[in-house]
Ligand binder design. Sequence first.
Ligand SMILES: [Zn+2]
Length: 160
Amino acid sequence: MAIMKIVEHPDPVLEQPCEKVTEFDRDLVRLLKDMHETMMAADGVGLAAPQVGIPKRIAVVDIGDEYGRIELINPKVLASRGEQTGPEGCLSFPGLFGEVKRPDYVKVHAFNRKGKPYTVEADGFLARALQHEIDHLDGILFTSKVLRYYEEGELEEMEG
Ligand SMILES: [Zn+2]
């Protein structure tokens, strides 16, 4: 396993639609492991392949809840509803946090590392993390959805 270099804005790889995965092979498994390790080392809750310079429809999410590590390959949002507004950041924008409005619930269809299809339903923070990562695969960055940016110190006060 290896920790990969996280690509930061304004690298163009972050703003292009990613290609579908067609080969569910050992390279894919290795990439998923490396991405998870990279995400954990960076203290993130999600990481998309373009964030490590690979424009493919692959992402990992792990918010440290009972869902554990979620591996998303060729994910698609099947349904969404409700509304949530809250703070969001991105490993490709170090130190930047903004308030983003998203659906509160999503149902996502994806494939696992073996190429087996599955669906995951989530609400609240996990739904937010899933949507943030799926956006990355379409070249959409959270900054395009920010209602307002938090000032330094504001978020710590909110969370504290
Ligand atoms: Zn991000």
